[in-house]
Write a protein that binds this ligand. Structure first.
Ligand code: BGC
Length: 405
């Protein structure tokens, strides 16, 4: 039996575009129309059904919920802000508060307004000031109701998919351009961090807790050759820590949000930059179970990662951890094994404040469409009926007692 602290945050996470539906002013919406990928359409209709979803989260004993705000709803045209959309998000947040569920609010979860993308997106020098103007509008209005903010979700994954391998909009493949975007994202985070703190100070509200959600993986060399070990080490530094180091150096983090799902078995066989940063082992050297997208399940990696974060001396929230699977028993195994590893890291001195399962419900998994099922709640996409999975019920016992048997 293991026991978590009394005031531990227990809950689940979502993002606006993946659950709300009909985000017609977003660059992803436009991209879906042009591309041959499955379309997000009405997604989970969470924009209308959020009360029902939060009733379910409450019935599952969640005391925290992570959501994101869709910038393209708030500012559908450059400089034209929608009070109606802002009031909607206020209602959403108050509806969590009325159930005693603490909101954690993300300001950017991959998607951008179409006008922003057309203006050059995150490559544009102006991008930082556009983002700040939106954050100012949102944070000033919601300050009274929100304590935890995440400025940007997984900047490294966004960079990688949208600007390095070109799989996501705007489908660019250039290290040089990715570098420019990275600099703008670092700057956007640091300035938003300062802005949110300034807003709270002026309004005389208790200091907020502001951070990012960092995508992390365990990087393991496929064999112990010096090349493979070098490449695995480099990837760990670059993908897991580079962005964090840059913003923490600028003292702009109150907590570290960690998203952890899997590991990568690294093989650096051909001497090229692409292979150094992307080459993975195709042989099954270290077999483990996999999720339905073929990602390795490797809970020990989360403990190892958390221990490495100790050097920053900052509290940590697991802002995402989850599995897509058709086998709900596997989901519960996944949750338990990751919680055990989190607990071990806590025993070794890592200050973890909470755990958010990804995701509260099945949802739109970006370019993979609706196939992968990550949810504690299953969604029938014909009727939009929610079904509480067994794993959700088991997790709810941990949420209410803080005890994992
Ligand atoms: C992202 C989510 C995504 C999940 C599963 C995370 O990296 O933040 O948007 O659905 O992974 O792939």
């Amino acid at each position: 039996m293991i026991k978590f602290p009394k005031n531990f945050l227990w809950g689940a996470a979502t993002s606006a575009y993946q659950v709300e539906g009909n985000n017609v002013n977003s660059d992803w919406w436009e991209w879906e129309i042009e591309s041959r990928h499955e379309k997000s359409g009405s997604a989970c209709r969470h924009y209308e059904l959020y009360e029902q979803d939060f009733d379910l989260a409450k019935s599952l004993n969640h005391n925290v919920h992570r959501l994101s705000i869709e910038w393209s709803r708030i500012e559908p045209q450059e400089g034209k802000f929608s009070k109606e959309a802002l009031e909607h998000y206020q209602k959403v947040i108050l509806s969590l508060r009325s159930r005693n569920i603490e909101p954690i609010v993300t300001l950017h979860h991959y998607t951008n307004p179409i006008w922003f993308a057309k203006s050059g997106g995150w490559e544009n020098k102006q991008s930082v000031s556009y983002f700040l103007r939106y954050c100012d509008y949102v944070a000033s209005f919601l300050a009274k109701h929100v304590h935890y903010w995440i400025t940007i979700n997984e900047p490294t994954i966004f960079l990688y998919h949208a600007y390095i391998i070109g799989a996501w909009p705007p489908q660019i493949k250039s290290f040089l351009r990715a570098n420019k975007v990275e600099n703008n994202l670092v700057c956007a985070h640091v300035k938003t961090y300062q802005l949110i703190h300034k807003i709270y100070k002026e309004l005389n509200i208790e200091k907020p807790c502001v951070g990012i959600s960092q995508f992390t993986q365990a990087y393991m060399p496929c064999t112990q050759s010096p090349q493979n070990r070098f490449a695995a080490n480099l990837r760990d530094k670059w993908y897991n820590f580079n962005f964090l180091d840059k913003i923490i150096r600028q003292r702009s983090m109150d907590f570290i949000g960690i998203n952890y799902y899997s590991r990568q078995v690294v093989e650096f066989s051909k001497p090229s930059i692409a292979n150094l940063f992307m080459g993975v082992c195709k042989d099954n050297h270290h077999p483990v179970l996999k999720n339905s997208l073929g990602w390795d399940i490797y809970p020990e990696g989360l403990r190892e990662l958390l221990l490495k974060l100790k050097k920053y001396n900052l509290p940590v929230i697991i802002t995402e951890n989850g599995i897509c699977t058709a086998d709900d028993n596997q989901r519960w195994d996944y949750i338990q094994s990751h919680l055990k590893n989190i607990h071990q890291a806590m025993e070794q001195g890592v200050n973890v404040l909470g755990y958010l399962y990804w995701s509260l419900m099945d949802n739109f998994e970006w370019d993979k469409g609706f196939g992968p099922r990550f949810g504690l709640l299953g969604i029938d996409y014909n009727t939009y009926k929610r079904t509480v999975r067994e794993s959700a019920k088991k997790y709810s016992q941990v949420c209410v007692s803080g005890i994992l048997e």
